[in-house]
Design a binder for this molecule. Structure first.
Ligand code: SD4
Length: 327
């Protein structure tokens, strides 16, 4: 046997012997310690996450699909007439037109999103149709609306909800063009969920910033900014001033930090630090919050300003939890 072949044989043998020891040191990427009887775990941003989680868990019990769960969960919020920042009842842009952004993703890398879409009541379902029925990831504006029509989505009359109309009329008195960010009570819903086998999925849907420029798109439909899901690692979602989140690819950053060994909490905190460092000029006016889960079912949340909370549900419990914040 040549010296080279001997060497190769030795190395292969060596690595085979070393493998069992090494595998202890490596994170177990493909299996979750959660057990079947633990059922699904669902997390959603803000207090509207409580009813959304309940709808998601109900759907999961019916179909056993974590993707169905995160779609149906946020559809609940898209219909909530009291919510002024998700769905067609959300506050409009400067021209008085409500435009919606949404994204959905599963842990195998499948994803779909719609941006700047009008007259579609459930942009999250449209995002899922983009994912499942087109070769694309993202459709925007009129193209997204036309796709909705072709898929049989009902097209709603373009009319502000009474609450949104009242707020818009009030805003027009000053027409303050600076994006208005409601630090205590953002309403975008981001939902991330995991089934007992460790399959992950996430969804994110919003009408975006109130009184934004016509055509503005936030982080929510941008894969990696408002949402990112990877079955090998975990999932993350974001809420808050989209521009600040896009600048740091917030959700992707968190998932990558977890891949490198950070806990979800550490990863969310690091993302907030990064966000602050890239948005120094306006930081006192910026709220952004992150929510993350890893394959072990560990959860993390962190925000720039106080006031962010999230809902966490499994088969037995659905609770609202206050997030810590940098300031
Ligand atoms: C956006 N992230 O469009 C959204 C807004 C938001 O709670 O989160 N509102 O920038």
């Amino acid at each position: 046997m040549s010296q080279r072949r001997k060497f190769i044989k030795k190395s292969i043998l060596g690595s085979l012997i070393a493998l069992p020891t090494l595998s202890h040191a490596l994170p177990n990427l493909y299996s979750s310690p959660r057990k079947k009887e633990d059922g699904p775990l669902i997390l959603s941003t803000w207090n509207h996450g409580l009813p959304a989680n309940a709808a998601a868990i109900k759907k999961f019990k019916e179909t056993g699909s974590i993707l169905d769960a995160v779609e149906i969960g946020v559809k609940d919020t898209e219909l909530d007439l009291d919510n002024l920042s998700v769905g067609l009842q959300g506050l409009p842009d400067r021209e008085g037109i409500t435009t919606l952004d949404a994204s959905i993703m599963t842990g195998d890398g499948s994803c779909g999103s719609v941006a700047f879409v009008r007259q579609v009541k459930h942009p999250i379902s449209l995002a899922r149709a983009v994912m499942e029925k087109t070769p694309h990831v993202m459709l925007a504006g009129e193209g997204a609306r036309q796709f909705a029509i072709s898929q049989g989505f009902p097209i709603e009359e373009e009319k502000l909800s009474p609450k949104a109309q009242k707020a818009y009329d009030e805003w027009k008195k000053t027409s303050n063009y600076k994006p208005v960010i409601n630090i205590e009570n953002h309403d975008t819903i981001g939902m991330i969920g995991m089934d007992a086998q460790g399959n992950l999925a996430g969804s994110c849907t919003t009408s975006g910033l109130a009184y934004k420029m016509h055509g503005r798109v936030g982080d929510s439909p941008i894969i990696g900014a408002g949402l990112y899901v990877d079955n090998e690692v975990g999932a993350a979602t974001a809420t808050g001033l989209g521009e600040s989140i896009i600048r740091i690819c917030g959700s992707f950053l968190i998932v990558e930090l977890m891949r490198q060994g950070r806990t979800p909490q550490e990863a969310c905190e690091e993302a907030v630090r990064r966000l602050i460092s890239k948005n120094r000029k306006d930081i006192s006016n910026i709220q952004a919050g992150f929510l993350a889960i890893n394959k072990d079912g560990e959860v993390g949340a962190f925000a720039v300003q106080p006031g962010f909370n999230y809902a966490k549900a499994d088969l037995n419990k659905n609770e609202l939890i206050d997030s810590k914040s940098h300031f």
